[in-house]
Design a protein around this ligand. Structure first.
Ligand SMILES: [Zn+2]
Ligand SMILES: [Zn+2]
Length: 337
C-alpha cells in the first residue's frame, strides 16, 4: 500500500510502498476512503513537536471501516464504521481512568510518536475507536476527533458554553474556526467570527456567525462596538497573532480557551487586566471519546456541515500543504484513497 512519509524535518513528504499492517491484540485495521489534512501536520513537518520521531507517517484524522481485528477486541466488529482519537491513551493512569484520557501523560500521538493516517489501511488500538452513526459522512467522521470533538471539548467541557454565551472565535475561516462557528451555534451561543481573510466573510455568515469582524490591529474595539460588555468566551485558534486583541475583547469574568498556536512563540500577558476583570485563560488539548461521541451525535442531527475545501490524491500531499500554508482553502482538504 502507498503511504506518505515524513523522513526529515522541513522536507517534503515522500510516497513509499509499505506492507499491509497486521493487527495484534486489541487492535483493528481500518480501511479509509479519505483522511483529513490538518495544520498540525504542517507544524509536524516543521519540527514543532519535540517528541516527533522520524521517519513517520503523518496524519491523525481517520475515518473508515474495520476490515480486520486482532484478539481481545470487544464492542467492535468487522464492517463497523469508525473514527479514532488522534492519540493512543495508556488506559491505566488516573486521567485515563477518570475519563480525561486527553490528559494522559503516557499517550502516543498519531503522526508524531506513532505512525498516523496518511495511509489507506491504518492499525488502530481499540482504546482509540469511536463508532460513527450511519448517516454521518466520511468527512465529518474524519474530523470527529481533531476538529469537531476538539471544539466540543474546548467550548463545552472546558469553556462551559451554554444558551446565550457570547463567544468570539479567532481564525474563524480555517478548518477549526468554520466548524467552531456551527458547533457554538448548536449550543445556542451568539457568535462573533474574526478572520484575516476578508473574502471568507460571506461564508462565515453562512456557517452561522452572527457577526464577522476583520482581524488586525484594534479588533477588540470593533468587537466591543458590537458587544459593549465584551465576550464571555473566546476560542483562540491562532495564538500570538490574535492573542492580545482577543484577550482585550473579553468582558468581566470572561474566559479564553486556547486551542491553536500557529506560530510557535510566546505572548505578553497584561496581568493587571487579567486580575481586574477576573479573566481566565486556559489551554485545551484534543478530545476524549466522550467528546468525539457528542460531536458525532451533533453531526448526525445535521447541526454540523463539513467545510470541505477539496480532495487530493496522496501523491499531491506536498502541494496540498502549500495550499494550506498560503491559507487558500476554506475548510478541510482531504486525501482520498
Ligand atoms: Zn487535525
Ligand atoms: Zn493514561
Amino acid at each position: 500500500m502507498k503511504v506518505a512519509v515524513l523522513n526529515h524535518i522541513n522536507q517534503n513528504l515522500d510516497i513509499e510502498e509499505r506492507e499491509m499492517p497486521v493487527p495484534h491484540e486489541n487492535e483493528v485495521i481500518v480501511e479509509q476512503k479519505i483522511t483529513g489534512i490538518c495544520f498540525r501536520d504542517l507544524l509536524t513537518r516543521e519540527g514543532f513537536f519535540p517528541r516527533l520521531k522520524t521517519p513517520i507517517i503523518p496524519g491523525h484524522e481517520l475515518s473508515g471501516t474495520i476490515i480486520d481485528m486482532g484478539t481481545g477486541v470487544y464492542g467492535f466488529s468487522k464492517g463497523d464504521r469508525v473514527t479514532s482519537l488522534i492519540y493512543k491513551p495508556c488506559g491505566r493512569c488516573l486521567n485515563c481512568q477518570s475519563g480525561d484520557e486527553n490528559l494522559c501523560e503516557y499517550k502516543q500521538t498519531m503522526g508524531e510518536t506513532m505512525d498516523g493516517a496518511y495511509s489507506k489501511y491504518v492499525k488502530v488500538d481499540q482504546r482509540c475507536l469511536v463508532k460513527v452513526p450511519d448517516n454521518v459522512g466520511d468527512e465529518l467522521a474524519a474530523i470527529g476527533a481533531c476538529v469537531t470533538g476538539m471544539i466540543v471539548h474546548a467550548i463545552d467541557r472546558v469553556g462551559l458554553i451554554s444558551e446565550g454565551t457570547k463567544i468570539l472565535i479567532t481564525g474563524a475561516g480555517g478548518g477549526v474556526g468554520s466548524h467552531a462557528i456551527q458547533i457554538a451555534k448548536a449550543y445556542g451561543a451568539e457568535v462573533m467570527a474574526v478572520t484575516s481573510s476578508p473574502w471568507k466573510k460571506e461564508a462565515l455568515y453562512k456557517f452561522g456567525a452572527d457577526h464577522v469582524i476583520d482581524a488586525g490591529e484594534g479588533f477588540n474595539k470593533r468587537a466591543k462596538e458590537i458587544w459593549k460588555d465584551g465576550a464571555n468566551l473566546v476560542l483562540e485558534n491562532t495564538g500570538d497573532a490574535t492573542f492580545n486583541e482577543s484577550f482585550r475583547s473579553m468582558g468581566f469574568g470572561g474566559k479564553m480557551v486556547i486551542v491553536g498556536n500557529l506560530n510557535p512563540t510566546s505572548v505578553q500577558l497584561p496581568i493587571g487586566i487579567l486580575i481586574l476583570k477576573g479573566n481566565s485563560i486556559t489551554g485545551s488539548i484534543s478530545s476524549t471519546r466522550a467528546d468525539v461521541t457528542k460531536a458525532l451525535v451533533m453531526s448526525s442531527k445535521g447541526k454540523i456541515s463539513p467545510a470541505i475545501a477539496g480532495e487530493v490524491e496522496i501523491e499531491k500531499i506536498n502541494e496540498a500543504f502549500e495550499q494550506i500554508k498560503a491559507k487558500k482553502n476554506l475548510g478541510r482538504i482531504f486525501i482520498k484513497f
